[in-house]
Design a protein around this ligand. Structure first.
Ligand SMILES: [Zn+2]
Ligand SMILES: [Zn+2]
Length: 256
């Protein structure tokens, strides 16, 4: 299936944000304790007793969150942890809003499409496949490849912004690998290409050059399926470049 670079970028941003949120979910307790930088100094947990109390609050909150289908994205209702939680609570509330906004934009865009509209049908299908936690993610990732490019671009901007916020908070780099044997970019012919490895399945990884490496349109030597002037280069998972770089990464055991 031929995809527009905006659609590919949006998809990559969705996977990246999902990976960042999973990291946040898994390391939540450690991050909160390591980064008690928000709130007034006197309110930060300092003693072991206050850390233990904090831990209890987190545990209770975690159990609550686990009950929701949007685990990892549910706003954490302003945890009562003394002084240090608002940073994460604010971040999660913003992230939840981003997901709601993206979902709403796409749901509106596809609401007349009998197959893709976000209806009870999707809940039944996803339930049947055991996909409850990631139902909205799954739906968004399904409709992005058939979303008009300008809307995909808007979605990408929102997701990218959220992704950068989470990664900045968690101290997490972008999921980009540059294997030693990766070929140079066919467009600028000087930078080594990198592969975006956020998606759990390497068959969905996309390849990018630097952010400044833009397509110049039809005359561009990049070889992207859709060459659009002014869009950052990205090569689809089924392109020769992505397939060979992903194979190299797997062979060398570079991906986690
Ligand atoms: Zn390039
Ligand atoms: Zn190009």
């Amino acid at each position: 299936m031929i995809q527009h670079p905006h659609q590919l970028h949006a998809q990559a941003a969705l996977w990246s944000l999902r990976a960042a949120l999973r990291h946040l979910d898994e390391h939540r307790d450690a991050l909160l304790i390591r980064r008690p930088q928000l709130g007034p100094a006197e309110a930060r947990p300092r003693s072991l007793a206050s850390l233990a109390r904090h831990d209890e609050l987190l545990r209770a909150e975690k159990a609550e969150r686990a009950a929701g289908s949007l685990r990892g994205l549910k706003p954490s209702a302003g945890s009562a942890a003394p002084g240090d939680a608002p940073g994460l609570a604010d971040l999660e509330r913003d992230l939840y809003q981003v997901l709601v906004d993206v979902h709403t934009m796409l749901a509106y865009h596809h609401h007349r499409n009998r197959l893709l509209a976000w209806t009870g049908h999707w809940h039944r299908v996803l339930d049947a496949w055991g996909i409850t936690r990631d139902a909205r993610w799954t739906w968004i990732s399904t409709v992005l490849p058939v979303t008009v490019p300008h809307l995909a671009e808007a979605v990408r901007l929102l997701l990218d912004d959220a992704d950068q916020q989470v990664r900045a908070y968690a101290g997490l780099d972008a999921d980009l690998l540059a294997p030693p044997l990766a070929p140079p970019c066919p467009a600028c012919d000087r930078r080594r290409l990198r592969i975006q490895t956020s998606a759990p399945d390497s068959g969905r990884w996309t390849v990018v050059c630097a952010a400044a490496c833009m397509c110049i349109g039809e005359a561009c030597p990049c070889g992207m399926d859709v060459q659009e002037r002014g869009v950052r280069h990205i090569w689809a998972p089924d392109s020769g470049l992505a397939v060979s770089i992903a194979a190299g990464v797997r062979t060398m055991g570079l991906a986690a």
